[in-house]
Design a protein around this ligand. Structure first.
Ligand SMILES: Nc1ncnc2c1ncn2[C@@H]1O[C@H](COP(=O)(O)OP(=O)(O)OP(=O)(O)O)[C@@H](O)[C@H]1O
Length: 297
């Protein structure tokens, strides 16, 4: 659905992306993962024309993205950012109705759309529709931001650290709600995050960016168990508590490892434990992870 072809970008004399090519499949959730400054946001913003590449092209459904398509493209693309960006003087209703109004839908249809998306995202219409954004909690505002992005019924949604300002419980809930909707509606989604755990638990595929390049593009299990190079291996293994958290947070996997193995391993990395051929729980966890990934996706 989306194809980046030999994309390069520099800011002043600092090159951020060099000859990047990758494809995002229709209906998949692709996570752009990488450390701060690795160019994730730059790549994302090229899709809706907020940043132009110096070299290379982007294709959406085999059509090259050009400047003249940008307005139309933005109307058909949901965009969700960490700062939410709700219009402060518009009510929740008016914020969510923004794109359907631009698309000139009838007022009755707009009302139904807004109500549907508020319901789906756990925002009771009668309670919240007339509020101004200042009267919402962070989690509610983020849900309104998602509803606004989804209300135009986009085929494509771009998300830049959409959940990172939220506390962990709310974050997990909204993340799961979003994933359910995205899968059901078959929306192609590209999400930027630097959070490994978020990437592993949400992504169909992860694109790990570093040193101007795509270091690996694959399923979460590919990056964890078959790292393409030492950079990917070190990135995944850099924080074994983070890795442990991934294993723990993913439903169904916890029984395969004991707390002791997860948190008190004397080895350098939990993943080394997992990858040790003679470790029964390592093998069991790997196989459970693969099964989980199959079922989940
Ligand atoms: N408009 C700009 N002008 C100059 N430099 C920029 C601009 N936008 C981004 N950069 C630089 O490009 C590099 C990549 O930025 P980008 O925002 O894409 O990284 P990121 O991976 O999304 O990082 P983060 O996780 O911190 O948001 C950074 O060094 C940044 O300072």
């Amino acid at each position: 659905m989306i194809r980046f072809e030999s994309i390069s970008k520099s800011f002043d004399s600092h090159q951020v992306l060099k000859d990047i090519s990758l494809e995002v499949k229709e209906g998949e959730l692709l996570v752009l993962l990488g450390a701060s400054g690795s160019g994730k946001t730059t790549l994302l913003k090229m899709i809706n024309g907020l940043i132009q590449p110096d070299a290379g092209n982007i294709f959406i459904n085999n059509n090259k993205v050009t400047k003249k398509d940008i307005t139309n493209l933005r109307r058909n693309t949901g965009y969700v950012i960490q700062q939410v960006g709700l219009f402060p003087h518009y009510s929740v209703f008016e914020n969510i109705a923004l794109v359907p109004r631009l698309l000139k839908h009838e007022e009755q249809r707009i009302k139904e759309t807004v109500k549907t998306w508020m319901d789906r995202l756990g925002l009771p219409f009668d309670v919240h529709a007339r509020k101004l954004p200042a009267a919402l909690s962070g989690g509610q505002a983020q849900r309104v931001g998602l509803a606004r992005a989804l209300a135009g019924e986009p085929q494509l949604i771009l998300m830049d650290e959409p959940f990172s300002a939220l506390d962990p419980v709310i974050r997990a809930q909204i993340r799961n709600d979003f994933r359910t909707i995205q899968k059901r509606e078959k929306i192609t989604a590209i999400m930027v995050t630097h959070d490994l755990q978020e990437a592993v638990s949400l992504a169909d595929r992860i694109c790990l960016l570093a040193e101007k390049k795509v270091q690996q593009l694959g399923k979460p299990s590919d990056l964890i168990f078959k790292p393409a190079n030492s950079f990917v291996k070190n990135f995944i293994q850099s924080d074994r508590f983070q890795a442990a958290l991934i294993a723990c947070k993913i439903k169904d996997l916890k029984p395969f490892l004991t707390e002791t193995e997860l948190f008190n391993s004397s080895d350098n990395s939990l993943l080394e434990v997992l990858q040790t051929a003679d470790s029964q729980s390592g093998k069991a966890l790997m196989s459970a992870f693969y099964q989980w990934e199959e079922r989940f996706r």
